[in-house]
Design a protein around this ligand. Structure first.
Ligand code: WT7
Length: 604
């Protein structure tokens, strides 16, 4: 008995190792179309073990936090999984965020170490990431905090290294590579490739409890300060593995491609953990949909015979503008399921996705979920759920949604109100890092006993759910949440600005864009130079995603008698909609007229 078990164990171990030796984990496609490599599960495992050993040598232990600030390169996946192997929490900061945002996140969870990259290209644009990382670490130092070290991946400069030293074994970049001069801080900076070369190939994983934290990922909070969403080892992984399997109808022969950056939850769940837990082969793409041309996505679909594809409505709307030809130029015959996530998809974009991209033969899965939920919450199951363009349809297994009215009563049948969940699910976030009270107050206080999403929702006569958008002070720009408060505080930090109010405004590609009202301090005048300065300030404080499309001079702002800014009125002014509803509570109604006269007519 004992013997047969031993033989069996040995057999399965051998089989597993054979499988992982050859089983493809990623088709990696760089920013340039010719930059391609294939990474097997075995290769990744070796790199992850080496990286875990490197981190361990730098003193990283279970429970420590590690900040990661990198583009979409294989080393990013290696770094995050190396943290997971040690039971250390990775805190990935999207490489489009500013130095200030990175600093804020490092400080909030007192990260022991930072892993970053020399530089990279996003399409035509060169991003000197190391410079931003240095700036962030300087800011941390000014605030009395110092990371133990900063590990730097030589990505753009890897041509000098030759193949074999970089985990992706990528060929050197073909485009003329400018000599990116990166500054080097002795005693803090360490080269990734040097450390990895010396490290051992094997590393015993740290055993973790199912409820131990796996990672922190920051998301905008309505007070302006980002929240460190904490997900756990057991629940999160179970949830992303299951949703990946059913929502994309995963089969072993699939090639899956989620275009999201790993810096966002979609990338965590459906580029790294979900596909990995299912042994899937997926595409890891570093570039953007419009480089070198607007057919890049479809050329990649054909190149790797992608079967399941997952992207955001903003990308669909952007590509729609260029017509059908860039899509139909490629066969796309391999495609079976098309997913969307990040914001409500307008029926026009849904239909284009279905008719043009999917040639009317693919299922569309409109997946509603949040950073906080870990994985999909409302979604069709491909081939099984009759679709309605623009509806995320029904709850996933085990998810219990409800629609509440303002007084917290559950509404039955056809209804519209607050979208909440009545019972927990495995992937629910467990806390806000370092601030459990904020976790309780944000999600469970308004309606005790329910998890509040912050989204409005309608249920139709057939029981389909339709997300109507945020009903708090959050904005959704290109599928990314921003809080009005964080943009406002970036604006008022400028010496010329006394007060600012930011509202969401419809945008044909981004879904929503930022429309800012600013009241100047005495002695300043409103000018194009000032608006440029303000935009620069926001880019530096938050990042390019928060750049406003409109900044309007507002000598006064509509406020209630108690001094609360009336955003509802400002939203209407921005849209030149004179149907303002009840304005009897506005303290000084003359400001409204003044603001209509000063409206911005064009995107600045
Ligand atoms: C918010 C969460 C989940 C990954 C990307 C965003 C909006 C998300 C949908 C959808 C309508 C959607 C909601 C939600 N949202 N998916 N399919 N239909 N709205 O993660 O940054 O945490 O944002 O995105 O407003 O609350 P996030």
């Amino acid at each position: 008995m004992q013997m047969t078990r031993k033989i069996k164990q040995h057999f399965f171990k051998k089989l597993y190792s054979l499988m992982t030796d050859f089983f493809l984990m990623y088709f990696r496609e760089g920013n340039e179309p010719e930059e391609t490599t294939q990474i097997t599960y075995r290769e990744l495992l070796v790199q992850v073990c080496r990286c875990s050993n490197v981190l361990q040598k730098q003193g990283i232990q279970k429970g420590d936090r590690v900040a990661i600030y990198m583009p979409m390169i294989p080393e990013l996946v290696v770094a995050m999984l190396a943290c997971a192997r040690l039971g250390a929490l990775h805190s990935i900061v999207f490489a489009g965020f500013s130095a200030e945002s990175l600093c804020e996140r490092i400080l909030d969870s007192s990260c022991s170490l930072l892993i970053t990259t020399d530089a990279f290209y996003r399409g035509e644009k060169l991003v000197n990431l190391k410079e931003l990382a240095d700036e962030a670490l300087d800011k941390c130092r000014e605030k009395g905090f110092q990371v133990r070290c900063c590990i730097v991946v030589k990505h753009l400069g890897r041509a000098e290294l030759g193949t074999g030293d970089s985990p992706s074994q990528s060929p050197p970049i073909k485009r003329p590579c400018p000599d990116v001069q990166i500054s080097w801080n002795q005693g803090v900076d360490l080269w990734w490739h040097e450390l990895m070369q010396e490290a051992e190939d094997e590393c015993e994983p740290e055993w973790c409890d199912a409820e131990d934290p796996l990672f922190i990922l920051y998301t905008s909070g309505s007070t302006g300060k980002p929240k460190g969403v904490v997900h756990t080892v057991g629940g999160y992984m179970l949830y992303v593995a299951t949703t990946f399997k059913y929502v994309f109808d995963f089969h072993a022969e699939d090639v899956f491609w989620c275009t999201a950056d790993i810096g966002w939850i979609t990338g965590h769940s459906y580029v790294t953990y979900g596909p990995l837990a299912n042994g899937a082969t997926s595409v890891l793409f570093e570039g953007i949909p419009t480089y070198p041309d607007v057919s890049r996505l479809w050329s990649i679909v054909d190149k790797y015979k992608v079967t399941k594809f997952y992207t955001a409505p903003t990308a669909i709307r952007l590509l729609m503008k260029f017509g059908d030809e860039p899509v139909t130029r490629h066969s796309r015959a391999s495609l079976q399921v098309l997913g969307t996530v990040g914001e409500p998809i307008n029926p026009e974009a849904w239909l284009w996705y279905h008719q043009v991209v999917g040639a009317q033969r693919c299922s569309i899965v409109d997946t509603f979920w949040q950073t906080e939920t870990g994985g999909h919450m409302l979604t069709p199951l491909p081939g099984a759920t009759p679709m309605k363009p623009g509806s995320a349809t029904f709850p996933f297994f085990g998810v219990a949604p409800a629609i509440l009215n303002e007084s917290g009563e559950e509404l039955e049948g056809e209804a519209e109100g607050y979208l909440v969940f009545k019972q927990p699910w495995p992937g629910i976030m467990r806390t806000v890092y370092g601030n459990h009270e904020r976790f309780e107050a944000t999600y469970f206080k308004k309606f005790p006993g329910y998890y509040v999403t912050g989204d409005g929702c309608r249920r139709d006569q057939d029981g389909y759910y339709w997300i109507t958008g945020r009903i708090d002070d959050m904005l959704n720009v290109s599928g990314h949440l921003l809080s009005t408060a964080e943009v406002e505080s970036a604006l008022v930090e400028h010496e010329a600005i006394a007060e600012a109010a930011v509202v969401g405004h419809p945008h044909p590609v981004k879904g929503e864009c930022l429309y800012c009202f600013v009241t100047l301090c005495d002695g300043y005048t409103f000018s194009p130079t000032l608006t440029e300065e303000l935009k620069k300030q926001i880019r530096e404080k938050i990042g390019p995603i928060a750049t406003p499309d409109y900044i309007q001079n507002a000598p006064g702002l509509p406020k209630t008698r108690s001094g609360k800014i009336m955003r509802r009125v400002l939203r209407k002014i921005a849209q030149n909609d004179h149907d303002l509803g009840d304005t009897s509570t506005v303290a000084d109604p003359t400001v409204i007229c003044q603001l209509f006269n000063h409206r911005c007519l064009t995107i600045q």
